[in-house]
Write a protein that binds this ligand. Sequence first.
Ligand SMILES: Nc1nc2c(ncn2[C@@H]2O[C@H](COP(=O)(O)OP(=O)(O)OP(=O)(O)O)[C@@H](O)[C@H]2O)c(=O)[nH]1
Ligand SMILES: [Mg+2]
Length: 304
Amino acid sequence: MASTNQSPFYIQAEKKFLLAQNNEEKLQYLEEMIRECPKHKSAEKMLANLKTRYIKLKEKIERTRRVSKGASKKGIKKEELQVAIVGKTLSGKSSLLSALTNAKPKISDSMFATTQSQIGMMNFSGVNIQMIEVPAIESEYYDKGLVHTADLILILVDSIEQINEIKKKLGNTNNKTLIVFNKIDLLNTNEKRRLEATLKSHKLNFVMISAKTGENFSELKEKIFSGFGKLRVFTKEPGKKKSEKPVILESNSTVKDVAEKILKGFSKNVMETRIWGPSSKFPGQKVGLTHLLKDLDVVEFKTR
Ligand SMILES: Nc1nc2c(ncn2[C@@H]2O[C@H](COP(=O)(O)OP(=O)(O)OP(=O)(O)O)[C@@H](O)[C@H]2O)c(=O)[nH]1
Ligand SMILES: [Mg+2]
């Protein structure tokens, strides 16, 4: 570019371009450079080059804009097991997310503190469960799309009335749900007993917790996992210990499904399968590929 005689204005613009902090600024100075670029014949190539750079940069900026806009909506990478925490403001969504996962959302006693979905990871017996706090259901930031793709919706409430209110707002969904009644540290033994009786009488799948004290968290985690309706199956090779992390499978899975998943399509290489755990008649029972599995089974494959 130096070969063409440039005006001081052009040189100035180019300097600013080179010092620009971000793409938006670069674009602005590139535009200035185009304006200041000499329009005579010998500079034609250079002008064309500047214009190409301008268009490319503009496209790049628009691309990243689209991506980051999407990220706040549905750009959250969905893990195998995903839970959405849904509830009214101040029900304790951030408190729960923060107590169960590595996330550090803002916990506050002023309303609508969470305006963007917050993500955390919870490990439960070797299974990673992605948990998402969705902004309060009655707020403009509530993200319906995110909720409807979750494997399980935690309906977090601190009063009985909120249950139907939230269910109504959720509308008809195919999602599995679990009612989580929070703040039971504020109730005495009698009040807890009455609350439990009421929830039972409505035949709800529920758990009563305190996000503050951690009361009943182990029951909560169990219910979250069973809420997915999935199986954890450990695998092993003959003479070795079982895998540390289980394979996650749909509830009606067979030995063949595990084999396909871990052998990546090479289940035909399985010569013999033995099974330990809930679905076996006795430890080490030999089974065929159509054998139906149960949660926490251990499957051993002898392959060729
Ligand atoms: N006593 C008690 N207070 C709780 C419990 N969980 C949350 N809180 C309190 O309730 C208030 C709201 O908690 P958050 O976790 O910020 O509620 P949120 O649902 O995330 O609220 P928004 O994001 O603003 O919609 C805070 O003052 C918390 O300390 C609980 O189990 N027991
Ligand atoms: Mg919050």
